[in-house]
Design a protein around this ligand. Structure first.
Ligand code: PMP
Length: 304
């Protein structure tokens, strides 16, 4: 990733891609206390546009607040940085990675002279779970790892350290021949994927877990809004894994994963074993929305 042309926004300046480096004593590298975002820009009629930029920046600032990290920039500056990295790298569509981290000003848990640094990078990135998965659906497995308890780490914050749990779960699932993990919360109810929110459909009603152990996904909110507008009923409730086994459809949502159908959990085929009609309809609405092909919610489509 580090050896390529382009520019990265780092602490208020555009720096050449290969020179956007930090010291090995960077505090966040040692303890994982940092916050980040995953954002996408899509090609639209009016050029590249960042989808729900304001919501992502709000969540980044909320994550920093939860961890007690003092943001050195205001939201307008961070939004401008995100538009600039897409523009200045000449990207038509992109995945963006803003991150706030503590620098190498001090070491140890008691370091009190740390500065918050901010970076934003952008590059081209296709379907996160593969183009084939978007159509056929993916096979997933209930993880042996439990999702975070709300008082062990802060699940509302998109915190770097939280992703050790995600990577353990994903690596286990991939090693066992599945494409993604389904993590349960500490009480055994469905929480989310390693980097996606979970939905299921039963009897025409759409269900998703409450926001206790899962991240408050922006795609989750987008899909719920589009589904309600299309007349679907959505219920947020505790979901058990056996409810998923007998669901009609299931899918993941996420900025990277977009709307990805799930065709199998723990060796049980879900519904007809391929992308279901509700999932397909929501995928279409989602892709039309992010590409600026719908008139609704123009404020979600932020042309760079
Ligand atoms: N849960 C986790 C653990 C994630 O990492 C993500 C990706 N940010 C999501 C859910 C989905 O969130 P969003 O739709 O905002 O990308």
């Amino acid at each position: 990733m580090d050896d390529r042309d382009g520019v990265i926004w780092l602490d208020g300046q555009m720096v050449p891609w290969r020179e956007a480096r930090v010291h090995v004593l960077t505090h966040t590298l040692h303890y994982g206390m940092g916050v980040f975002e995953g954002v996408r820009a899509y090609q639209t009629d009016r050029g590249a546009a960042i989808f729900r930029l304001a919501a992502h920046t709000d969540r980044l600032f909320n994550s920093a607040k939860i961890l007690g990290m003092a943001m050195p920039y205001d939201k307008d500056t961070v939004n401008a940085a995100q538009r600039a990295v897409v523009r200045e790298n000449g990207l038509k569509s992109a995945y963006l990675r803003p991150m706030c981290f503590y620098g190498s000003e001090g070491m140890g848990l008691r370091a009190d002279n740390l500065k918050v640094h901010v970076m934003v990078a952008a590059w081209e990135w296709g379907a996160y779970l593969g183009a084939d998965g978007m159509e056929r659906g993916i096979r997933i497995k209930t993880s042996s790892y439990t999702r975070h308890h709300v008082n062990i780490t802060m699940t509302r914050a998109k915190c770097n350290g939280n992703y050790v749990n995600s990577m353990l779960a994903l690596q286990e699932a991939l090693r066992d021949g599945y494409q993604e993990a389904l993590l349960l919360d500490p009480e055994g109810y469905v929480a989310e994927g390693s980097g996606e929110n979970f939905f299921m459909v039963k009897g025409g009603v759409i269900y998703t877990p409450e926001l206790t152990s899962c991240l408050e996904g922006i795609t989750r909110d987008t899909v719920m809004t589009l589904a309600r507008d299309a007349g679907y009923e959505i219920r947020e409730k505790r979901i058990t894994r056996d409810e998923v086994y007998i669901a009609d459809e299931a899918f993941f949502t996420g900025t990277a994963a977009e709307v990805t159908p799930i065709r199998e959990l723990d060796g049980r085929q879900i519904g007809a074993g391929h992308r279901g009609p509700v999932t397909e309809k929501l995928q279409t609405l989602y892709f039309d929305q992010v590409h600026g092909r719908r008139e609704a919610y123009p404020e979600w489509v932020d042309v760079v």
